[in-house]
Design a protein around this ligand. Structure first.
Ligand code: AMP
Length: 417
């Protein structure tokens, strides 16, 4: 059912609790934590600007990293408050806690249009436990709830679910922020009845993480193109040799079932037919985490479905690139999740970049394209094509669960229209 959005909420003069996703990448420089990428902050500005215009008294809450219930100084949201103030051109109040007297005092002093950012909600272990008393404290004095943190909506935590429940029980309204609204529109409504042909491109590391999505999409897609390390588990299911490629032998059964389902439903299901392979060599060194450092030597094209014992599949090959980039332009709707190879190493990036270019070109010719999953988004950014696709999803795990058809607790709890 459609959910209320911040557009419809009556917030004038009211205290509004806004769950945002300010889980931004940070790095220590000269003893200070510095934000490396402000995308997540920037993406919340439309919702905040609308709330300011509507005269809400805004309280922002977010998690940052995994402090596991402890006050971890390096995971404080204080640097985010300063950055947000610069980006939105107004002062942002910050309190070094997310509940209690200090919060209460500062929240009381907020005038319509003012913003307060609370400290990392995960400094309390009650956040992830969705502890009702803690949720009640977060909801103290709040009359409206807005969730703009799609990336955290698959978790039933206090700030993503518990607070909304408390407010709804009091008869208050809970709605989606503008970013959340876009995610629900593109990953939900747009894919419900997609314009055809609907072509799905899936890659990345593991079949296990995406098999439920594959299963669901087999009921909707006209074509599914498979690249990335997932290919090798499917190849194993077809009795092929995979050498040292990343595989999940325990998922061969589900891979076979997906292949059968594709045949039964007449979905064109294409696996990579050739690969760039390389020989992994143990350097004898250990990385910072104590794991062996491996180097990949002698990259070459392997024009066969079998990969020799000493080699590893690292990217899709030129024949596959040709086939995929011939098929993609036929699409009216494209969903892309996961890179075609180990694109972080430029020797193995061409497959992913070629797909990115084809998706962008097809979008420019009128198709709708939806790109999800952290790594395909990273690859898209590397090619500078992010603004040439229709929609880039911000939620990794949340996007996958939503595409699987699961109910996200942070969405379910919002008020129906
Ligand atoms: P995911 O989060 O499942 O989308 O996986 C993304 C990761 O998959 C990236 O870090 C890629 O380096 C990795 N990946 C893609 N293709 C391969 C491959 N053939 N072998 C190993 N890792 C791969």
């Amino acid at each position: 059912m459609a959910k209320l959005t911040v557009r419809e909420l009556d917030v004038r003069g009211k205290r509004v609790f806004v769950r945002v996703d300010y889980n931004v990448p940070m790095e220590e420089k000269d003893g200070q934590m510095v934000i490396n990428d402000v995308t997540r902050i920037k993406e919340t500005l439309p919702t905040l600007e609308l709330l300011i215009e509507k005269g809400a008294r805004i309280i922002l809450a977010s998690h940052l990293g995994r402090p596991k219930g402890k006050r971890e100084v390096s995971l404080s949201l204080r640097p985010v408050a300063a950055t947000l103030a610069d980006m939105i051109h107004r002062p942002i109040a910050f309190v070094d806690d997310c509940i209690g007297e200090k919060v209460e005092k500062t929240a009381d002093a907020l005038k319509p249009g003012d913003i307060l950012l609370l400290e990392n909600v995960r400094y309390y272990r009650e956040e992830e436990a969705n502890e009702p008393t803690f949720a009640g404290k977060l909801a103290d004095g709040v009359s409206v709830y807005v969730n703009d943190a799609f990336g955290a909506a698959h978790r039933a935590h206090a700030s993503t679910e518990g607070v909304a429940r408390v407010i709804a029980q009091r008869g208050g309204q809970c709605g989606a922020g503008l970013l959340m609204e876009r995610e629900l529109k593109f990953l939900g409504d747009e894919l419900e009845n997609p314009a055809r042909p609907f072509i799905v491109i899936l890659g990345g590391a593991k079949v296990s993480e995406k098999i439920n999505v594959i299963d669901r999409l087999l009921e909707k897609a006209d074509t599914i193109l498979i690249g990335g390390a997932m290919t090798y588990t499917f190849r194993l299911a077809l009795g092929k040799k995979v050498g040292k490629s990343l595989v999940e032998p325990d998922r061969v059964g589900v891979a076979r079932a997906a292949l059968d389902k594709a045949k039964g439903r007449k979905v064109q299901f294409l696996l990579a037919v050739d690969n760039i392979v390389a020989t992994p060599v143990d350097t004898g060194k250990l990385n910072q985490k104590g794991k062996p450092v491996v180097e990949w030597r002698n990259p070459r094209v392997n024009d066969s479905l079998d990969i020799p014992d000493a080699e590893e599949g690292m990217d899709i090959g030129p024949k596959t690139i040709r086939t995929f980039t011939e098929i993609i332009p036929r699409a009216k709707t494209i969903l892309w999740n996961g890179p075609m190879g180990v694109f972080e190493d430029k020797r193995f990036a061409e497959g992913t970049f070629a797909v990115a270019r084809a998706v962008a070109d097809t979008t420019q010719k009128g198709a709708k394209s939806i790109v999800g999953g952290g790594d395909s988004v990273k690859a898209l950014n590397l090619t500078g094509l992010s603004d040439k696709v229709t929609f880039v999803s911000t939620g990794g795990g949340a996007s996958l669960e939503f595409l699987e058809g699961k109910v996200l607790p942070g969405v379910a709890v919002l008020s129906d229209k």
